[in-house]
Design a protein. Structure first.
Lengths: 410, 324
């Protein structure tokens, strides 16, 4: 008997963050007019102005090309071209989905191959950056969480420079009997997330919806980046032995980046630790072509250290807590705009016969909730939250208030 | 009609918004701490912004256009006064007033119109030369070389020292010729294909001689160089400069991160002034560049193109700064 529980974790897109007090000095046209025009472009495509044309380059896999199959075993096994010059099935399905969608802010270029000399100059790829299944073992069953992280990347086809990105994250929970085939269950759950149907629990529908809500950022938009995410001396030993520190840093760096994009509405440069050297981000297209994108330099950077985890065990409910040190600064400056410890605790019900191997699921939930809340507070600080979740309370509240006044959208 | 005018204006603005990704621009940041006295007023703020923009341009010069620094020194004030003419975009990243020390810290990100600024700098350097009615002609022979054989230096059994020796497979390539020609032309030199001058110089300039010399070593033989200079000097409509050099292609390897092939190219080049008895008036290298590509050939071509462009820009920067 197998029970399936499905939940979807949607990360909203970033885009078009605009900032008061930031002026475009070289363009003589008033900025507000540009924004009105950009809005008009999206509201009335085809009536006043033509849409920008974007070449869809298919799916791609971030990281070292030679590790693509090992890092993304499911999608690389599904998305195989049936023959030379023919589109791989997921590339084709997503492209069809986009072509059939009304109200896209871009026109998707016809043809299978982009040509930057005569064709559209901007290309888009749906770049997969994580494909994992975590397993929690209970006496009678396994709890599976299949997760995919991806980025919709827009880049200049000629200079191979990243223009914008939309982070995406999707998860699917499942419960599998200990008597079932665990490997098959893991594969099936990941495959389900790659089904390009019109349900709202697959990567492609989410990607399409995010594209519908987005448009390319102005060049003068400030750029933010999670520069480092590390685990401190007290937190690192509490990570599960089966998980290496670097991939976890990558996972949470991406997660925090996505939260800042969605909830703080910041124009984020992708978190690249693990698949970028210098300011170059590498990937491999589904047709085997490899690419390197130059990333823009961030204007403001976040450094986050997970300093500790704690658990308070009770009869039926455990309390799991995560603590982080968050710093933020203008990229060329050493003065810190944000500098404080933040903490968050989540209760988790514990059944009598539960024998979870580690406390990690609780810590993970606490850390995710904390990062989510920090992003929310950057957008709209609430004084009470700082009293509960920060070390410096009022001082950090004032810092966040100043931040939101400086960087929030007009 | 109002409607069509409006549409045209909207379209123009639309283009500005969505075409803000120029391929020939370079993005740099400028940071300044601008001292002020008393109350920081609008004029002082504007001066701080202008200084930050100039600082960004200076950073670009120092990092990528060292050969243009003397030219920049000539017209720094002019560029400073008209800085926005050379920028495609500028954004205030941060502004911070330190009232204790009366310092206004400004960080600006600018997108530099490289082509326009380079043309201005080169023109400034050349403007220092004595007025001349002559057109400025330049020709060049650059060869790409790949190692054909190598004899390592060693002590022989008889106790003598045997010098190491490389022989090369040399050729001229379209990638190099196009890239160099484009840079020289952009600097307002009239570029003459060396092959066209062979007949005019009655064979004294012979591209094959250059290739054969460079297959045997890193320098031209005195005879090849002397004949070429003599031939160019004897032309009715003289060519003032001869640029020569080698681009040595090393073996390809795989870039671990991208999986792309990478090919290193080492470039050495100089410009000889024909009127000045073949004296070298500009030289570059050896400098190494790396090209990436999905195949070894594409990677090699990318490396050659990159090396040629950088080398030519360096030569032109030096040539113009010498006001020759």
């Amino acid at each position: 008997m197998r029970n399936t529980i499905i939940s979807v974790n949607l990360i909203q897109p970033l885009f078009f963050a605009t900032f008061p007090g930031v002026k475009v000095l070289a363009i003589k046209s008033p900025l507000w007019l540009l924004r009105v025009i950009a809005t008009l472009c999206l509201m009335q495509p085809g009536e006043l102005l033509a849409q920008p044309t974007i070449y869809f380059a298919g799916l791609s896999y971030l990281g070292e090309a030679k590790h693509a199959k090992a890092n993304y075993p499911v999608v690389t096994s599904i998305n195989v071209s049936p023959g030379k010059g023919q589109a791989a099935p997921l590339d084709k399905a997503f492209r069809t989905m986009l072509e059939q969608t009304a109200g896209l802010p871009y026109k998707i270029a016809a043809g299978e191959k982009g040509d930057y000399e005569s064709g559209p100059a901007i290309a888009m790829t749906l770049a997969i950056e994580r494909e994992t299944v975590s397993v929690d073992k209970f006496p009678d069953y396994y709890k599976l969480v299949a997760e995919i992280s991806a980025q919709i990347l827009f880049f200049d086809f000629q200079s191979m420079r990243l223009i914008a990105s939309i982070p995406l994250d999707i998860a699917r929970n499942d419960v599998v009997s200990v008597y079932d085939d665990l490997a098959l269950a893991k594969e099936t759950n990941v495959k389900a997330l790659y089904q390009p149907d019109n349900s709202d629990i697959n990567l492609f529908t989410i990607a399409r919806d995010r594209i519908l809500e987005s448009h390319l950022p102005e060049e003068d938009a400030l750029r933010f980046k999670v520069d480092t995410l590390s685990f401190g001396d007290k937190a690192a030993p509490l990570l599960p032995p089966s998980l290496a520190v670097n991939p976890l840093s990558q996972t949470f760096g991406q997660y925090f980046t996505a939260q800042l994009a969605q909830n703080a509405r910041l124009n984020m440069v992708p978190y690249t630790k693990g698949y970028a050297i210098g300011n170059k981000m590498s990937g491999r297209m589904s047709n085997g072509d490899v690419y390197q994108l130059a990333l823009p330099e961030p204007d403001y950077v976040f450094d986050l250290t997970v300093t500790n985890f704690k658990v308070m065990k009770k009869t039926n409910k455990n309390l799991y807590a995560a603590r982080v040190l968050l710093n933020a600064r203008e990229a060329t400056d050493t003065d810190l705009l944000i500098n404080d410890y933040f903490h968050y605790a989540v209760p988790m019900l514990v059944s009598k016969n539960q024998s979870s191997e580690t406390d990690w699921p609780g810590y993970e939930d606490a850390l995710e909730m904390l990062l989510l809340d920090i992003a929310h507070q950057l957008k709209a600080p609430e004084k009470k939250w700082f009293d509960t979740h920060t070390q410096q309370k009022r001082k950090t509240y004032q810092t966040f208030t100043a931040w939101s006044e400086q960087f929030n959208e007009m | 009609m109002k409607c069509s005018n409006l549409t045209a204006k909207l379209w123009l603005i639309f283009i500005i918004v969505f075409s803000a990704f120029p391929a020939t621009s370079a993005e740099y940041k400028g940071v300044v701490e601008y001292p002020y006295s008393g109350w920081l007023d609008d004029d002082e703020r504007a001066a701080a912004y202008a200084e930050a923009k100039l600082k960004a341009v200076e950073t670009w010069l120092a990092k990528t256009q060292q050969y243009q620094l003397p030219n920049f020194a000539l017209i720094k004030d002019d560029i400073s006064a008209n800085i926005d003419d050379y920028l495609l975009q500028s954004t205030v990243i941060s502004k911070k007033e330190n009232k204790d020390d009366n310092l206004f810290r400004v960080v600006m990100r600018v997108s530099i119109n490289e082509s326009k600024l380079l043309a201005k700098l080169t023109e400034a350097g050349r403007g220092q030369a004595a007025p001349s009615n002559e057109d400025q002609y330049i020709t060049f022979v650059f060869v790409a070389r790949e190692l054909a054989s190598r004899i390592e230096a060693k002590d022989t059994q008889s106790g003598d020292f045997q010098r190491g020796e490389n022989t090369w497979q040399a050729t001229t390539t379209n990638e190099v010729d196009s890239a160099v020609g484009a840079v020289f032309s952009a600097a307002n030199y009239y570029v003459i294909d060396a092959a066209l001058l062979e007949e005019e110089t009655e064979g004294q300039l012979d591209v094959n001689n250059f290739i054969m010399d460079y297959e045997q070593g890193d320098d031209l033989t005195p005879a090849t160089k002397r004949d070429a200079i003599r031939g160019l000097r004897g032309l009715l409509d003289p060519v003032q400069y001869l640029a020569i050099g080698t681009l040595d292609v090393d073996e390809h390897s795989t870039d671990d991160v991208s999986g792309l092939y990478q090919v290193p190219v080492s470039v050495t080049a100089k410009i000889l002034a024909i009127k000045r008895r073949g004296a070298a008036v500009a030289s570059v290298g050896p400098v190494q560049y790396i090209g990436l590509g999905p195949t070894p050939i594409v990677a090699k071509n990318n490396a050659l193109k990159l090396a040629a462009e950088k080398m030519a820009a360096g030569l032109i920067g030096q040539l113009s700064s010498k006001s020759i």
